[in-house]
Design a binder for this molecule. Structure first.
Ligand SMILES: Cc1ncc(COP(=O)(O)O)c(C=O)c1O
Length: 340
């Protein structure tokens, strides 16, 4: 099986499982779990932030962060494509009574900062109180540069707003740019860092940031039922991932490039690739037959007219080459059938 659906599908390998089995644990509700504490401190330190807090998922970490920043009736300016806005079941509105102010993302994934500034509401009782800007990096595999993020942070400071980063794949951005995560993220009030995407841990996200905000997020995590007990067994996987799986993201990026080149050479229209995600356009009438062809050849993908393929820890170069062959054979069969 070559599973290209997402970088979340990885299996913990033997060394990660050994680290989990050997983890010292304690009741994290009492702050007693030494492995959780080590993970929180190590992640905060890596990002140059004051504090860190372990969450079961990226969704919950983002939500707790937004609720730590915004009170009921306050507003966050966020991209239409942002995970926090589009793919988290409206949690900020449902559970946080936070009003999202979505803006269209530019083709590079960024938000136009003049539009962001224009969306900040005046101090007038008609309006929700704009409190926060939320960015995402990487977003749909695209990298926001340090210069862009620094401009967004400067805007937030000038307009007395907070700024949060959904950094579910921030290490993909850091590796791509060749910039340490702490330099890339300097100035954000909070950053949500997933361990279960490209880093290959089975679960877990650390919210890092200003201590007062992290302490507020701790209360929200409790409210959301996300505070766990002897969870060092999971945190150990996160520590292992941070220590062993960051630099190797460059391999996933190289494999994504290879995949994109192979698909383009086979005749598909493919977007330029920056990190570990490849987007290709599939004619709507070919979706069902491509799905069948991939299944028959042990390639797993979420097939739609805008096909997204993701490289990760459990897909090596040889498997990428095989996947390219499977796509190429599909296109050859399609071309031959069309010619008949
Ligand atoms: C950019 C981004 N943020 C947040 C999340 C949420 O993470 P989780 O699935 O752990 O809740 C995801 C999940 O894929 C994501 O892609």
């Amino acid at each position: 099986m070559i599973d290209l659906r997402s970088d979340t599908v990885t299996q913990p390998g033997p060394a990660m499982r050994a680290a989990m089995a050997a983890a010292a644990v304690g009741d994290d509700v009492f702050g007693d779990d030494p492995t959780v504490n080590r993970l929180q401190d190590a992640t905060a330190e890596r990002f140059g932030m004051e504090a860190g807090l372990f969450f079961p998922s990226g969704t919950q970490s983002n939500l707790a962060a937004l609720m730590a920043h915004c009170q009921r009736g306050e507003e966050v300016i966020v991209g239409q494509e942002a995970h926090t806005y589009r793919y988290e079941a409206g949690g900020m509105a449902v559970l946080g009574s936070i009003q999202p102010q979505p803006l269209q993302n530019l083709p590079d994934g960024s938000l136009d900062l003049a539009m962001v500034e224009g969306a900040i509401k005046p101090d007038d009782s008609h309006f929700a109180i704009t409190r926060l800007i939320a960015l995402e990096n990487t977003i749909g595999g695209r990298v926001l540069s340090r210069a862009y993020m620094a401009d967004a942070i400067a805007l937030a400071r000038r307009r007395k707003l907070s700024i949060h980063l959904d950094g579910a794949r921030i290490f993909n951005a850091a590796v791509k740019l060749g910039v340490p995560a702490r330099d890339l993220c300097a100035g954000f009030d909070t950053v949500s860092v997933c361990l279960s995407k490209g880093l290959g841990a089975p679960a877990g996200t650390v919210l890092v940031g200003r201590r007062d905000l992290v302490e507020r997020a701790r209360r929200v995590r409790k409210m959301l039922g996300g505070t766990m007990r002897q969870v060092g067994v999971i945190a150990a996987a996160g520590l292992y991932a941070l220590e062993h799986h960051v630099d190797r993201l460059a391999e996933d990026h190289a494999n994504a490039q290879l995949l994109a080149q192979g698909l383009a050479a086979a005749g598909l229209k493919v977007d330029p690739v920056q990190t570990n995600m490849v987007f290709a356009t599939i004619p709507a009438e070919s979706v069902a037959s491509l799905k069948r062809h991939l299944e028959a050849n042990d390639v797993v993908a979420l097939v739609s007219p805008r096909l997204r393929l993701v490289t990760h820890l459990d897909v090596d170069r040889a498997q990428v080459e095989r996947a390219i062959d499977v796509f190429a054979s599909f296109l050859q069969i399609r071309a031959a059938t069309a010619a008949e």
